[in-house]
Each structure stands twice: as structure tokens, then as C-alpha cells.
Design a protein around this ligand. Structure first.
Ligand SMILES: Cc1cc2nc3c(=O)[nH]c(=O)nc-3n(C[C@H](O)[C@H](O)[C@H](O)COP(=O)(O)O)c2cc1C
Length: 347
């Protein structure tokens, strides 16, 4: 029976435990360049004992930023700042991963001269009154953005990341293709599940082809839209199976974000998305990461021991408690190596 502090192997990567730092924007970059803030932020969580650290949504194009201060990886000038992060994370025993992202119609950026500034989406449907009306992506746009994901993945490899996660959740660009609420295309990239999965699967295949064979490729999905006639977990399970066929190794199961309505249950109960991970794991046949208000070590342990998911990701709790894994090990009675300088602060 697997346990939270067991190692985990996927392709050529072995993680020291099953604890993942969920990608979380910190909005502290200038023109996409990661700063000392990011260095301290990611170094701290590696010192704290995380197994897999997924660096926040990093834009593959300037117009793909969610906000202007997002981290970027659209240019070669971003490689060195990312390398600083990967080196410090690895030096403390965690494995650095990066979330490659494009916001599509949900970009709130204002033109700062960084590059293309128009809003693009699968269909010309506005997210809300404060957002730009996006242009429907044509064949040229599809090719440009796919290439931007590939180029960003190659930069991520050069910067020393050990795995890559594509952001296909929360109503951002790839997620906009997956949901019928945002994808009303009449060409082969719309319609039923195979059509809606087609573009994300093409991006997966292109990135898979470009990165080393032993490097895991993850995709984050919204496991449910929580909107009438939106995707159910079964739908997203079917999409995930197609992403797996295209080369995805693991599915990171979040939810919502496709419409502006806040998910009413988002903060209401611990583990609110775990059942989505179970369904999607079952339907897709792929390993999964569960996430969503998992804050207590025993709940994280339960998810792994009951094999409801393969890894457990923590978001907000890590913003207040960077050394959560050290506390969890103590509470679960597991012996882990402490950072030598901190041993005297042990429990
Ligand atoms: C400040 C903040 C920033 C976030 N940024 C991202 C992001 O860049 N990419 C992403 O996929 N999810 C993002 N999320 C969602 C988290 O990764 C996570 O899925 C969510 O917070 C639920 O997990 P939690 O209850 O453990 O916080 C963000 C969440 C927060 C609170």
C-alpha cells in the first residue's frame, strides 16, 4: 500500500515523496522575468520538504499572461531566471516542474510592449464585461500557439526543469477548447469530445515529441465545469484518455473557472476535488494528482493509501506553511531528513 512519504517514479523521474506544490501565481515578475521573490518562494518550499514543485503558470506568449506580472517563458531572456529556480529547488531535494500556460480569453493584461496583445480563444465569446472580446483562432493562430508551447517546453528543458505541466484547467486557453461553453467551433476542433480534445491533444503530442523521452508530461484539467451543459468528470475523463493517447503521462485534477461564477463549494470542505481525480483516473487509465483544500496530513495520507490518486498537491496551505511536509512527517510518525541547519528546530 503506497503512503504519502513513499517515493514515486514516473518515466525517468523519482520523487522523494508524494507531496506536490500546486502551481500558484504570485504576480511578482516584470515582463515575465522571475525575480528574487520567486527564488526565495520556491527555495523555501523545497527546504520544507516538497517532492514535486510546480512553478506557477508561466506564459508561453505575452498575450497568454493572466496578468502582466505573471512569470513568462516566451523568450530566451527567461531561461536564466528559471535556471536559478530549478537549481535551488534541486539542491534541496525537490523536483522542479513548470506549468506552461496561455490565458486565451481570460487574459487581463494591458499592452506593455512585450509582444502580441490581442485576445484569442477557440470561439469569439467574451469571458465577462471587463474582458476583451477574443478573436476566434484561425489555422495560423493554432499553429503559432502550438509552436509557442513547444518553444517554451524546450526553454524549460534548457532551464533544468525535470517535468512539464500544461495548463489545461480553469478556463484558460486549452481549457477553453475542452469545454463546450467556450468552444463553439464548427470545424474539427469543436463539437463532441474528440473534437474539443483535438487541439489540446495536438499540443500535448508536439510537446511530447520535443522534450526528452524520460521527462514526464503532465496536464492540469478542470475536472468539472459546474455549469449546466458544461463538462462532467466523465467527460473530462474521456478527454484525458485522449490526452494520454497523445503522450500525457499524468492528469492533475482541479476544477471550474470556465465561467466567471465562483465555485460555491471551493472553500467549503476539505478534499472537494478528490472524487473528480478518482473518476478521471478511472476513466482515463492515467495516474493522477488530487488537489483542493487538502490541508491536514491525515487526509493527504488517506488519499494516497486508499489509492484515490497517485500524488497530492497543496496550494494555499503552503502560502502560510512552507514547511508543511516536515510537520506532516512528524504528525504521521515518518522519519524524514531535515535540512541540517534546521534540525535543532525539529518537533
Ligand atoms: C494565489 C493563487 C494562485 C493560483 N495560481 C494558479 C496557477 O498559476 N495555476 C493553476 O493551475 N492554479 C492556480 N491556482 C490554483 C491552485 O493551484 C490550487 O489548485 C487551488 O488553490 C486549490 O488548492 P488549495 O485548496 O490547496 O489551495 C492558484 C491558487 C491561488 C490561491
Amino acid at each position: 500500500m503506497p503512503a504519502l512519504f513513499d517515493t514515486y517514479k514516473i518515466r525517468g523521474l523519482t520523487l522523494r515523496n508524494r507531496i506536490v506544490m500546486a502551481p500558484m501565481c504570485t504576480w511578482m515578475a516584470e515582463l515575465g522575468v522571475a525575480s528574487d521573490w520567486h527564488y526565495v518562494h520556491y527555495a523555501s518550499r523545497a527546504i520544507g520538504g516538497i517532492g514535486l514543485e510546480i512553478v506557477e503558470a508561466s506564459a508561453v506568449e505575452p498575450r497568454g499572461r493572466i496578468r502582466n506580472k505573471d512569470v513568462g517563458i516566451w523568450g530566451d531572456e527567461h531561461i536564466e531566471p528559471h535556471r536559478r529556480l530549478t537549481e535551488v529547488v534541486k539542491s534541496h531535494g525537490a523536483s522542479p516542474s513548470i506549468q506552461l500556460a496561455h490565458a486565451g480569453r481570460k487574459s487581463e493584461t494591458v499592452d506593455d510592449g512585450a509582444g502580441p496583445a490581442d485576445s484569442i480563444a477557440p470561439s469569439a465569446i467574451q469571458f465577462g464585461p471587463d474582458f476583451a472580446l477574443p478573436r476566434e483562432m484561425d489555422a495560423g493562430d493554432l499553429a503559432t500557439v502550438k509552436q509557442a508551447f513547444v518553444d517554451a517546453a524546450l526553454r524549460a528543458v534548457e532551464a533544468g526543469y525535470e517535468s512539464i505541466e500544461l495548463h489545461g484547467a480553469h478556463g484558460y486557453l486549452l481549457s477553453q477548447f475542452i469545454s463546450s461553453i467556450t468552444n463553439q467551433r464548427e470545424d474539427e476542433y469543436g463539437g463532441g469530445i474528440p473534437g474539443r480534445a483535438k487541439y489540446p491533444a495536438e499540443v500535448v503530442a508536439a510537446v511530447r515529441e520535443a522534450i526528452p523521452q524520460d521527462m514526464p508530461l503532465l496536464v492540469r484539467v478542470s475536472g468539472q465545469d459546474y455549469v449546466e451543459s458544461g463538462n462532467t468528470a466523465e467527460d473530462v475523463g474521456a478527454v484525458s484518455r485522449l490526452l494520454g493517447d497523445a503522450g500525457a503521462d499524468m492528469i492533475h485534477v482541479s476544477s471550474a473557472g470556465i465561467t466567471p461564477d465562483m465555485l460555491p463549494i471551493r472553500s467549503v470542505f476539505p478534499g472537494y476535488q478528490i472524487t473528480l481525480a478518482e473518476t478521471i483516473g478511472r476513466e482515463s487509465g492515467l495516474p493522477t494528482i488530487a488537489v483542493g483544500r487538502i490541508t491536514e496530513p491525515l487526509l493527504a495520507e488517506e488519499v494516497i493509501r486508499n489509492e484515490r490518486a497517485d500524488l497530492v498537491a497543496l496550494g494555499r496551505v503552503l502560502l502560510r506553511e512552507p514547511y508543511w511536509p516536515l510537520r506532516a512527517a512528524h504528525e504521521l510518525g515518518v522519519e524524514v531528513d531535515w535540512p541540517p541547519s534546521y534540525i535543532q528546530g525539529g518537533f
